[in-house]
Design a protein around this ligand. Structure first.
Ligand code: PEP
Length: 256
């Protein structure tokens, strides 16, 4: 919509090692090529584990596959005594385009706050990466406060320290829809996406608000992707489970 190229992003989570990643990306690229996917009308990105990134980079760059890639997380620090962390500089050096920040699994299992998510987004931007900022309400939040209150708060906090005009992607992922097989309705996704776009406009400026891609995530499959993409404020999808099956993910990318 409005000149925003849809983004179909596959979050592999803790799946596929570096050898499997090569086989997967090769099959995916060939499948999209066979289908004559027009990459001017859709962007396809994969988010492998950190240890796969070097392999994925080598393959995509050497074979000129028109697929982009990113990391599933990034440190808020640039370098130093932070055992186990990965800096945005290292990801940029591997030609990552994106870094996911604030995925609900990191918020819940690693107690990441929206302040930390904002610091990670700032670190990504500092190094020339585009942060994919994930927000979304739990079933309890939905019950207590409706769908949009928590994601709006999470995004306002995460964007508070970012420079005006920053290039970001937002992923609206209701936690109750992730991995549950129970996707939100397109109307629910559109309603929250429109509010999140307004938050981006206020925090980063109207131009950024209009240019930012807002993805829906949560049990997206080839059978429901088109209904989400029809919504004016939904500009793609962050896909978990269905991104691990080449044919299914390729079908999602061919939603038109
Ligand atoms: C996700 O975790 O980002 C996600 C959307 O998962 P799934 O597609 O499996 O619901």
């Amino acid at each position: 919509e409005a000149g925003r190229r849809p983004l179909i992003a596959g979050n592999w989570k803790l799946n596929l090692d570096h050898l499997q990643s090569i086989a997967f990306v090769q099959k995916l690229a060939w499948s999209l090529q066979d289908a004559k996917l027009d990459f001017r009308t859709v962007e396809v990105a994969v988010f492998p584990p950190f240890t796969d990134l070097r392999s994925v980079q080598s393959l995509i760059v050497s074979d000129h596959f028109p697929i982009t890639f990113g990391a599933q997380d990034v440190s808020e620090h640039d370098s130093g005594a932070y055992t186990g962390e990965i800096s945005g500089a290292f990801l940029k050096a591997l030609e990552c385009t994106y870094a996911i920040v604030g995925h609900s699994e990191r918020r819940s299992y690693h107690h990441e706050t929206s302040e930390l998510v904002g610091a990670k987004a700032a670190a990504a931007i500092r190094h020339g990466l585009v942060p994919v900022i994930c927000v979304g309400e739990t079933a309890e939040d939905l019950e207590a406060r409706g769908a949009s209150a928590v994601p709006v708060e999470q995004l306002e906090t995460a964007l508070a320290g970012l420079p005006k005009g920053s290039d970001i992607v937002v992923a609206y992922e209701p936690v109750w829809a992730i991995g549950s097989g129970q996707a939100a309705t397109p109307e629910q996704a559109e309603n929250v996406a429109a509010q999140l776009r307004a938050v981006v406009g206020t925090a980063l400026g109207e131009e950024a608000g209009a240019a930012t891609r807002i993805l829906y995530g949560g049990s997206v499959k080839s059978g429901n992707i088109a209904s989400f993409l029809r919504e004016p404020n939904v500009d793609g999808a962050l896909v978990g489970g269905a991104s691990l099956v080449v044919d299914e993910f390729a079908k999602i990318a061919r939603f038109q």
